[in-house]
Ligand binder design. Sequence first.
Ligand SMILES: Cc1cc2nc3c(=O)[nH]c(=O)nc-3n(C[C@H](O)[C@H](O)[C@H](O)COP(=O)(O)OP(=O)(O)OC[C@H]3O[C@@H](n4cnc5c(N)ncnc54)[C@H](O)[C@@H]3O)c2cc1C
Length: 475
Amino acid sequence: MMIDRRTLMGSVAAGAVLGALPVTFDPKHFAALNGASGLSPVDAQAATGAQARKIPWTNWSGSQRCEPRVRIAPKNEAQLSEVIAAARGPVRPVGAGHSFTALVPTDDTIISLARLSGVAAHESEPMQTRIGAGTRLGAIGKPMAALGQGLYNMPDIDQQTLAGATATGTHGTGATLSALHHYITEMRLVTATGDVMELSRDKNAEIFDAARVNLGALGVVSEITLRNMPTYNLKKTTWTEPFDDVLDRIDELGAEYRNFEFYYIPFSDMAICIGHNITDEPIVPRGPNEDGDAVMELRSLRDWLGWWPWARKKMTRAALEDAPMEHAVDEWWKIYPSERSVRFNEMEFHVPREEGPKVIRAIKERVEKDNISVFFPFEFRFIDEDDAWLSPFYKRKSCSIAIHRYHQENYHPMFEAMEPIYRAHGGRAHWGKHNSLGPEDVAALYPKWNDFLEVRRALDPDGKFLNTYLKGLMG
Ligand SMILES: Cc1cc2nc3c(=O)[nH]c(=O)nc-3n(C[C@H](O)[C@H](O)[C@H](O)COP(=O)(O)OP(=O)(O)OC[C@H]3O[C@@H](n4cnc5c(N)ncnc54)[C@H](O)[C@@H]3O)c2cc1C
């Protein structure tokens, strides 16, 4: 009945308490509907196995669904242009379907770039790689490291596509490291007319600023060039520590580790800390992934002791407090991502750096005072600022604080109760995670919101890329 300490250390601490993924898009499922799409037969190959019935789409957590008329995976950029030019809309690009918000659903056309995938080219001066927009982050590491290059940072899973991740401002952790989109040097964007635009700081600079975080609202990105660093190994250190002590020395921890984050385990007063630094030490591979077991142990503890928060706290704390420090050393792309084997819904807001500790403390206190029956950990990360117009880190060094609910539980009451705490501290929502921000809220939080809207209108005056959710935000 007790949480097993090793399981918790091996998996919760690995950041792994947070869910898993089905492959949302299997190439054999892509289909242009027979005759129903009104499109020219541009995708004869992708449509092999085309079916006359609609293929429902759902996101990873199951919180978003739709029945598009057409689901299509163009085989190259030329075909992508043709599909977009012929489509009536709403046209929605999709990556791995790992966003929780209603960015993708449409009753018309969903376009996947699963076939525009892979590392296309590289150069060493400046050090950068050109990558197909539909490439999963997990497919980038090995080939990039073989070229002697490394991503500056990664999020805590690697199942997202590069274009999908950057479109929502996806980030990892690190006080001096920015979100993924900050490292984009060039992009190719296919607009509503099917025209292809090259974007960089020198070419169409304003559109480049708008497009690095774009919500799929400006067109479909076909290729992204990333600035990289020489490949490296990371040493990952995992330990437990009282929550109050971690907050007392949070700045020190953020400076001591290149990548620092912690998870607060609700009803325990204990945090699980994870720090990475670049190292030359010998390889110590990560242990087996036990995340599913750990999260289910936390759930059992909640189910058995939820009515007695003091007993729950005592037992969870006992399971965590004497846990030994653990280390792993390996290549960057093997250390950053975790596997998620239990699905969840998530809310994450990014608050100004100095507000972070106050926000996570307020959330902890509220959850425990109201005995909210959550068992998923809360996650705390650092992210440096950047200058992409819709970046949640626009000109603001930030802390990101995330809360989660098991996918079979109703997430609305808890998220609705916590959102005012984030918002009282100037929180900007992760674009891909649950939130209720409307157009006025967004306009107040993003100094470049109106500039973005202007670029959007100029590129897509008829709103071909706007689904119901984006129309509500962008008009
Ligand atoms: C288990 C899990 C762990 C996560 N961990 C993190 C994390 O550590 N850090 C973090 O910041 N976020 C995290 N997220 C959120 C996730 O990174 C984002 O929601 C991300 O956008 C998902 O990428 P995707 O490829 O699934 O894109 P989707 O969710 O399919 O799409 C996201 C957006 O990108 C657009 N898009 C997709 N492809 C293109 C294209 N080619 N051109 C233009 N627009 C496009 C879509 O239209 C949509 O607006 C996590 C989510 C899950 C489910």
